[in-house]
Design a protein around this ligand. Structure first.
Ligand SMILES: [Zn+2]
Length: 285
């Protein structure tokens, strides 16, 4: 397809973002990132076809979908991801959001299994806020649904998207109340106004999970494994005994996170540019 320069820039960055997410183990052969088409009259979004993110390398690897129903703009488009409805339904619900990332990060998954809440443990993860919602797809399964946890239709995608808002009954919201939603036994989804914002949030959701796991294990090894919400020491505010960010610290750090995301992104771009695994045919020569 012929592309305006701004679309060309976005597609170039989208391809590179695929590589960054792979380099940092946020995606492996699975997981995906999408962008809203910059022309609002089109009401479409763009994401890779059925291809490992590390191998996405040219515009032909990308597929454009209608936000309305997740159908491809080109009826003859190659195979796409069955979970594209994660992306389309978030773009539908939140007009301010231009990028969505879905991950099965091994560092984050334990928080969907152990019953331990995800909380911001350090200043780079203030955007997580005091409450990271959990989406449990099994609560909306109906007879006949294949219970493979995949968000592979409008109903499931819409239910997931609703978890980014405090009022899940609203059909649209200008801004999400939450920037990350955990998905039980599956992974997590995050979003952003830009590719840079969304990648930053995916990266530091994963880093925060690793740090929080290490801190909880460290505390348990010192004070015993029987630590529960009830037996937790006075430190922190959630009874876990962990010293986590306060509400005012979360808010201040979130502002700082948004102001600094682009700096880290430039480093991540360079890291994947120099590795031969990652090819971006849209990169400036
Ligand atoms: Zn998935």
């Amino acid at each position: 397809m012929s592309q305006s320069s701004s679309l060309q820039d976005l597609l170039r960055t989208l391809i590179t973002a695929n590589h960054i997410l792979h380099y940092y183990n946020i995606v492996d052969g699975f997981g995906h990132i999408s962008i809203r088409h910059p022309d609002p009259s089109k009401q479409t979004y763009i994401m890779p076809g059925y291809l490992a993110p590390a191998l996405v390398h040219c515009a032909d690897d990308l597929i454009e979908y209608h936000i309305s129903d997740g159908s491809p703009v080109d009826p003859n488009a190659k195979k796409g991801y069955s979970e594209r409805f994660i992306h389309g339904e978030i773009f539908k619900r939140f007009p301010s959001i231009n990028c969505v990332i879905h991950s099965h990060s091994e560092a984050v998954l334990p928080f969907m299994i152990a019953g331990v809440p995800m909380r911001p443990a350090f200043h780079m993860a203030g955007f997580l806020g005091a409450d990271v919602p959990m989406f449990d797809i099994t609560k909306i399964y109906e007879a006949g649904d294949q219970q493979d946890m995949l968000v592979n239709n409008v109903k499931f995608g819409s239910a997931l998207a609703s978890h980014f808002a405090e009022n899940t009954a609203d059909s649209t919201s200008p801004l999400p109340d939450h920037l990350v939603v955990l998905m039980r036994h599956h992974g997590f989804t995050t979003l952003g106004e830009s590719i840079q914002d969304a990648v930053y949030r995916a990266m530091y959701t994963q880093t925060n999970a690793s740090i929080l796991s290490t801190a909880a294990n460290l505390r348990s090894s010192f004070y015993g494994p029987a630590l529960t919400r009830e037996s937790g020491a006075a430190q922190g505010s959630d009874g876990s005994g962990l010293d986590l960010l306060s509400a005012s610290e979360m808010a201040g750090c979130r502002n700082m996170n948004e102001a600094t995301a682009d700096k880290a992104f430039r480093l991540w771009v360079r890291e994947v540019e120099v590795l031969p695994l990652y090819v971006n045919e849209l990169a400036e020569k």
